[in-house]
Design a protein around this ligand. Structure first.
Ligand SMILES: Nc1ncnc2c1ncn2[C@@H]1O[C@H](COP(=O)(O)OS(=O)(=O)O)[C@@H](OP(=O)(O)O)[C@H]1O
Ligand SMILES: Nc1ncnc2c1ncn2[C@@H]1O[C@H](COP(=O)(O)OP(=O)(O)O)[C@@H](O)[C@H]1O
Length: 203
């Protein structure tokens, strides 16, 4: 597939783009069941990071499936291709100096690990947004679990389609026992303690 292609190397590298941004860039990959809290946390985190002067973009599964990924369904292939595409897009943003907040069920461990392999060790932070299926069903923010029950919606994650929990995520957020604010603080604390929010400037 990649035969006869030559990589076009840009004149400005990602470190120089980080200097322009004033901070390092990385992907925060929020994975979890529908209703676990991925979108809510990505949105709250973005506000917090904005206030700290950090440039961000949110890549939310629901939104991307209206455009970039609108040709994909929820079959295994559709989800794997979705994860692959969002991984590649997140890499483009990170290479451009932008912190990328991904909110994607991304139910397959191996597919998430393939995305991780696109990045250096520090630049991919997997966040397991942990929440039991019963709580997700109770929350049902979009009424989709009701649709599974009442309208026979098939292939729904956690019901009749698999979700593989990460073995070794950088961060685990349990949204059943922590408030939204507490979850945000946990993530920001992780980023600070791992020096991901340090100011970068030309020396
Ligand atoms: N069958 C099925 N299973 C799971 N989710 C479904 C399904 N059909 C539609 N939806 C809605 O699509 C959102 C998940 O899209 P993702 O792109 O994150 O899914 S995946 O990573 O490709 O598995 C998901 O958004 P979130 O609730 O924010 O997770 C749902 O709103
Ligand atoms: N600690 C928490 N973190 C995130 N969401 C929470 C938390 N506690 C309760 N919620 C609620 O759970 C729901 C999660 O919905 P959403 O963010 O759309 O989930 P997802 O994007 O994973 O499908 C929201 O209604 C949110 O207010």
């Amino acid at each position: 597939m990649t035969r006869n292609l030559v990589w076009a190397k840009p004149n400005i590298d990602s470190y120089q783009k980080n200097i322009l941004s004033g901070h390092s860039s990385f992907t925060l990959w929020l994975t979890g069941l529908s209703g676990s809290g991925k979108s809510t946390l990505a949105q709250e985190l973005e506000v917090k990071l904005y206030d700290m002067g950090v440039h961000t973009v949110i890549l939310d599964g629901d939104n991307l499936r209206h455009g970039l990924c609108r040709d994909l369904d929820f079959s295994e292939y559709g989800r794997l291709e979705n994860i692959r595409r969002v991984g590649e897009v997140s890499k483009l943003f990170v290479d451009s100096g932008i912190v990328t907040l991904v909110s994607l069920i991304s139910p397959y461990r191996e597919a998430r690990d393939e995305v991780r392999n696109l990045f250096d060790d520090e630049s991919f932070i997997e966040v397991f947004v942990k929440c039991g299926i019963d709580t997700c069903i109770k929350r049902d923010p979009k009424g989709l679990y009701q649709k599974v029950k009442k309208e026979g919606l098939r292939g729904f994650t956690g019901i009749d389609s698999p979700y593989e929990e990460p073995f070794n995520p950088e961060i685990v957020i349990d949204t059943e026992i922590s408030t939204i604010e507490e979850c945000v603080v946990t993530i920001i604390d992780y980023l600070k303690s791992h020096e991901r929010l340090n100011v970068i400037s030309k020396s």
